[in-house]
Write a protein that binds this ligand. Structure first.
Ligand code: AMP
Ligand code: MG
Length: 268
């Protein structure tokens, strides 16, 4: 059975229907890796036109439970893309100043300008995820945010930003393995945090919060993708493929050639 990635707007997502270990037609890493490399090459070419044309921007939102692979996705998918036209923003616990503003204030500032690809490592969705799971604001406040987020994203889309949102979906077993690997490998110890273990206790609440965010905020202008992420190589293939597809749809062109380019003499 094929597993869809795109969440059709208006549908209710039940994550139990999705297999985090799904790998589609790919049984092995090698073929998927080759296909991912092709996507990355294509992405490099598309980014060049995006940059040259300066008309659109692409915003990629990455969300996942801890150890879900946000960092790895950025590393493998954005590899080779011209750093000048790419901007990664990681959203942490809000600072005092950020908390003194509305929750979208810091987000809006990080939206990529025309010509750029922007990657959000965590995002405004934390404001209906961690905030909801830990009761950081009353329910009446976070309940309003789904509509607010949809409107905000629609405004961005109307202004030339293509938005792609990816939920990197790993299984609870895979998360355990990744935490254990971080503990066993001294080179990965730094990635481990006791708070990740504490968050794991809230697994079911996070899943419920994700199901609501995916169901209520997958829109025609900013669709959610559920990416099977237990296999890193498949995850990278899916994300890079969706980015290529979205950029190809933009029908971008290099600015027209100079009419008299052949008549301009460059002085010696
Ligand atoms: P990391 O991505 O591992 O560096 O961790 C960043 C931490 O910041 C995570 O524990 C997030 O849950 C937390 N975080 C991000 N955005 C928010 C937010 N809006 N409110 C509260 N915590 C947040
Ligand atoms: Mg972390």
């Amino acid at each position: 059975m094929t597993q869809p990635f795109l969440v059709p707007p208006g549908t209710h997502v039940n994550l139990a229907d999705y297999d985090p270990g799904y790998t589609g037609d790919y049984e092995k890493k090698s073929a998927a890796k080759a296909a991912r490399k092709d996507n990355v090459k294509r992405l490099q070419a598309l980014q060049e036109v995006l940059w040259a044309e300066g008309k659109h921007s692409l915003l990629v939102v990455l969300q996942a439970l801890d150890a879900g692979g946000k960092d790895g996705t950025i590393k493998h998918v954005m590899r080779g893309v011209n750093p000048q036209g790419c901007q990664v923003t990681s959203f942490k616990v809000p600072t005092e100043e950020e908390l003194a503003h509305d929750y979208l204030w810091r987000i809006h500032q990080a939206v990529p300008r025309r010509g750029y690809i922007g990657i959000f490592n965590r995002s405004h969705y934390e404001d209906v995820l961690v905030v909801r799971v830990h009761n950081l604001v009353p329910e009446s406040v976070w309940q309003q945010r789904y509509d607010e987020i949809n409107h905000f994203e629609e405004m961005l889309a109307d202004n030339g930003t293509t938005i792609l949102k990816f939920f990197l979906y790993i299984s609870k077993d895979e998360q355990k393995e990744r935490f254990e690997e971080r503990l066993q490998d001294p080179k990965k110890n730094w990635k481990f945090s006791m708070s990740d273990v504490r968050e794991r206790d809230h697994w079911d609440e996070y899943i419920a919060a994700y199901e609501d965010a995916l169901s209520r905020c997958s829109t025609p202008w900013a669709p959610w993708h559920i990416v099977p992420a237990d296999h890193k190589w498949y995850r990278n293939l899916v994300v890079s493929g969706a980015m290529v597809q979205a950029l190809e749809k933009l029908d971008m062109h290099f600015p027209p050639p100079l009419p008299d380019a052949d008549q301009i003499a460059i002085p010696d």
